[in-house]
Design a protein around this ligand. Sequence first.
Ligand SMILES: [Zn+2]
Length: 111
Amino acid sequence: MSIFFLLRRLICWFRGKSVHLRTLVVEEIPDEPNERIIYIYRSGGTAWGLGFLCPCGCEEVIELNLISQTRPCWKIQIRWDTTPTIHPSVWRTVGCRSHFWIRDGIISWVK
Ligand SMILES: [Zn+2]
C-alpha cells in the first residue's frame, strides 16, 4: 500500500467526518451540485433515484436507483431534519472505488 493511497484515505475520512449531508427533492441534479446535498429525483410523485457528488472529492456524480423492481436498488430514510440514511452501502466499482455508508447524514468509510 503506497503512502499516497494512505494519505488519500485519511483525507476521505476527514472529509466524511466534517460533512453532514442533507437531502433535496429535484427533477434532475443541478449543473453544479452541492457536495453536502443528496438529490432525490422525483417525477409524478415517485422518488426513483438519488444523485450526489462522490464524498471522496473526485467530483464524480454517483447515481443510485430507488426503484425496487430494478437491481441494484437502494433504500433511503429521511429524518425530520432532512438528513438521509441510505441502505445498503455505496461502492464505486470504477474510478476512485470509494466504499462508504451514509447514516444520519454522516459518511462512514469502509476500510
Ligand atoms: Zn470519488
